[in-house]
Design a protein around this ligand. Structure first.
Ligand SMILES: [Zn+2]
Length: 348
């Protein structure tokens, strides 16, 4: 059997490592309730629920028998089933899509990423589950702020779409301001942007990045990565490429490639790295790692819980974004030539 979290072959639904990491060693097999009960509870808690977002979610916690139950207070897990009605395309793949996207971020790009898995309802249907990272081991809530709060973007000030009205450059400046010794955090943030671009997540908005004070720390850091999804597969007509612009003032920085193609390519990502202070040598390392990891991404897609059509769509999108977008450039120059050599060695 595939571990329903890390996807390695294992005897039970979760391998020992994931059982420890995700469930603190508690032997979880499946939920004891079905989807109907999920929606019933969802209605009951509706007035008090605080987890934001549009997809229906519920908090879960362990009861005294180590069984996962729904709760409306201080649940350390979030359960997100596939939408019950056909509100989006390919809704049967949405849980496997988010799970795969999170595992790519964690296992391949080595980005700190929230714990994630698929978990069966009592009927066997799989739902997506993620472990909250904003609680300390003693149950205390950690101090956390998303980037809408950090940059003080609100619906009153920026309007209804406020969480899409900023740029990754503005987020990076906030990281420089609030995180001491910010370079590792900036590189981490940069990788998150590239991953979102490659997997086709057009919903990486201000609320999907946060700062927090990790347990036992006084200074702030980026929270683990969360809410990753190849959104185009479910919303084909979605606008934009990642959710936010790369640059604070797009008009001031159009690269030749962006002017010609209308989407971001290598030149834009190089310029973005430069603007946020990532040195060329480091950028080459980051890109090389991303490029040589491509076969591992393909393997993980194949091992994922997506349907065959889902795998095909995920793979095609990733390859297209990598080859035709991220690695594309109009002009030949140093960085590009070096990356070209890496790209040419890839088996894709
Ligand atoms: Zn595992």
């Amino acid at each position: 059997m595939r571990c329903h979290s890390c996807m390695v072959e294992t005897a039970k639904i979760y391998c020992p490592k994931c059982t420890k990491e995700l469930f603190d060693g508690k032997k979880v097999q499946a939920l004891t309730f079905d989807k109907q009960e999920f929606y019933q509870k969802r209605k009951e808690y509706a007035k008090r629920i605080s987890i934001s977002g549009v997809q229906d979610k519920l908090s879960l916690t362990f009861d005294e028998n180590n069984t996962l139950i729904t709760t409306d207070i201080e649940g350390h897990y979030i359960l997100k089933p596939a939408p019950i009605e056909e509100q989006v395309d390919n809704s049967h793949d949405i849980c496997a899509n988010e799970h795969l996207s999170m595992q790519i971020s964690k296992q391949i790009f080595n980005i700190p990423t929230a714990g994630s898995a698929l978990i069966p309802f009592s009927t066997g249907e799989l739902a997506y589950i993620t472990k909250r990272f904003d609680y300390a081991k003693n149950g205390q809530k950690l101090d956390q702020e998303d980037f809408a709060a950090v940059l003080e973007y609100t619906s009153d000030r920026q309007g209804r779409n406020y969480k899409y009205e900023s740029s990754y450059e503005a987020c990076a400046k906030a990281i420089q301001m609030y995180i001491p010794a910010s370079m590792p955090a900036l590189e981490d943030f940069y990788k998150r942007i590239v991953v979102n671009y490659l997997i086709g997540n057009a919903d990486a908005h201000l609320k999907n990045f946060s700062l927090y004070r990790a347990e036992g720390r006084k200074d702030r850091s980026l929270t683990p990565n969360y809410d990753l999804l190849y959104t185009r597969y479910h919303i084909p007509n979605e606008e934009g490429y990642m959710g936010l612009d790369l640059f604070e003032d797009e008009g001031d920085n159009p690269t030749k490639a962006f002017e010609a193609m209308g989407y971001y390519t290598l030149e834009d990502f190089e310029l973005f790295a430069d603007k946020i202070g990532i040195k060329t040598k480091r950028l080459e390392k980051i890109f090389e790692h991303i490029l040589v990891s491509t076969p591992k991404v393909m393997e993980m897609i194949e091992h994922s819980f997506l349907s065959d059509e889902g795998k095909e769509a995920y793979r095609k999108n990733y390859e297209e974004r990598l080859k035709l977008h991220l690695c594309y450039s109009i002009e030949q120059y140093d960085f590009n030539a070096k990356m070209r050599k890496v790209i040419d060695r890839l088996p894709i």
